[in-house]
Write a protein that binds this ligand. Structure first.
Ligand SMILES: Cc1cc2nc3c(=O)[nH]c(=O)nc-3n(C[C@H](O)[C@H](O)[C@H](O)COP(=O)(O)O)c2cc1C
Length: 332
């Protein structure tokens, strides 16, 4: 039987399928189940910088509604703020401790950061708690028209640098495709010390309910077609980066994992397909990979990894072509 083992961020994984940061990776019980079902590693549900601020705000508003009045800068507010953060973080640290004692697969902690402020000290605590690596999920909404793109990009580099300075465990950055020069940003993140790059985060999106004339949220799970933009950028960047690439968004079956590996990733990260099909679907995906490798005569993943990346073959055009020029003229 083919050997699916791979290395990601210097960690040994029994196979390239990581369960992505999500509700599926938020409790010890679920993570033990993922381990049993064959996950190569897990990325814990993110601890959100915004969530912690919101929760602190919520507590303050609740106390105000209950008749207490607090000046925004009072000591009480500082106390609530610090208290909520400490509670959130200590829960997260306990989760890491407990998960590490129950599973042998790598456990990657996830920090969702939007500013380079106090998060870096938490990163150190996460390392001390035993996480094998940190995934930094960074997103700066690029809609502030007073800012240049370099201002936004600088936030990513600053957060990464601060975290890298604080920890010795590997750090990956999970990011969106919304950059004016994505390739350069990926190279810069590598220069700032990113050990891995996770392409691409998938966000909550707006929708409109036309019957009730209300704004609402779009589908939270991905569609398999969404993997192709990831495939493009993995293919383009795989031979330009030394950092490990991990693909996420739209990877729903074993065939898509193989495609991403052929384009050059070391791992993939999945969640929607497991929400839809159950965590037992991990073994179907792994079996499909085994069958394909056996059929093709591959014993190890590295025998075919990156075989169809940009520059590795005469296939650059397919990764670079964005417009349907030929189809516009040929299609009836
Ligand atoms: C319910 C749900 C919760 C998620 N929570 C997080 C999170 O806390 N942090 C994060 O980085 N990504 C989060 N994600 C994004 C996933 O990690 C993943 O990157 C994304 O869903 C694309 O993969 P998929 O197509 O396999 O779903 C979440 C996704 C879902 C569906």
């Amino acid at each position: 039987m083919a050997d699916l083992s791979t290395k990601y961020l210097g960690l040994d994984l029994r196979n390239p399928i990581i369960v992505a940061s999500s509700g599926l990776t938020s409790t010890v019980k679920e993570i033990v189940e993922l381990d049993k079902n064959g996950a190569g590693a897990v990325v814990l549900k993110s601890i959100f910088e915004e969530q912690i601020h919101l929760e602190a705000d919520h507590n303050i508003r609740k106390m105000q509604a209950d008749g207490f009045s607090y000046d925004e800068y009072s000591e009480t507010m500082d106390y609530i703020d610090v208290h909520v953060k400490e509670k959130e973080l200590s829960n997260y640290i306990s989760l890491i401790h407990e998960v590490k004692s129950k599973v042998s697969i790598p456990v990657i902690a996830s920090i969702n950061a939007v500013t380079p402020l106090e998060w870096t000290s938490f990163a150190k605590q996460i390392e001390t708690a035993g996480a094998d690596a940190i995934e930094l999920n960074i997103f700066v909404m690029p809609f502030d028209t007073d800012k240049e793109c370099t201002d936004n990009e600088a936030v990513y580099y600053k957060i990464l640098k601060k975290v890298k300075d604080a920890v010795t465990i590997p750090v990956a950055v999970k990011l969106s495709p919304y950059f004016s020069n994505l390739g350069k940003v990926l190279l810069n993140l590598e220069k700032e010390g990113a050990n891995g790059l996770v392409l691409f985060n998938r966000f909550s999106a707006p929708d409109i309910d036309i019957d009730n004339m209300k704004t609402t949220h779009a589908e939270i799970f991905s569609h398999p077609n969404e993997m192709f933009n990831v495939l493009r950028w993995v293919g383009i960047m795989a031979n330009k980066l030394n950092a490990d690439l991990s693909a996420t968004t739209g990877i729903h079956d074993g065939a898509s994992v193989i495609k991403m590996l052929l384009a050059g990733v070391t791992t993939v990260q999945v969640s929607s397909t497991l929400y839809k099909n159950g965590v037992g679907y991990l073994s179907t995906m792994l079996n499909d990979m085994h069958s394909w490798m056996d059929k093709k005569g591959f014993r190890y993943v590295d025998q075919f990894r990156g075989k169809l990346a940009h520059d590795a073959n005469d296939n650059n055009n397919v990764f670079e072509r964005m417009q349907f020029m030929r189809y516009f003229s040929d299609m009836k």
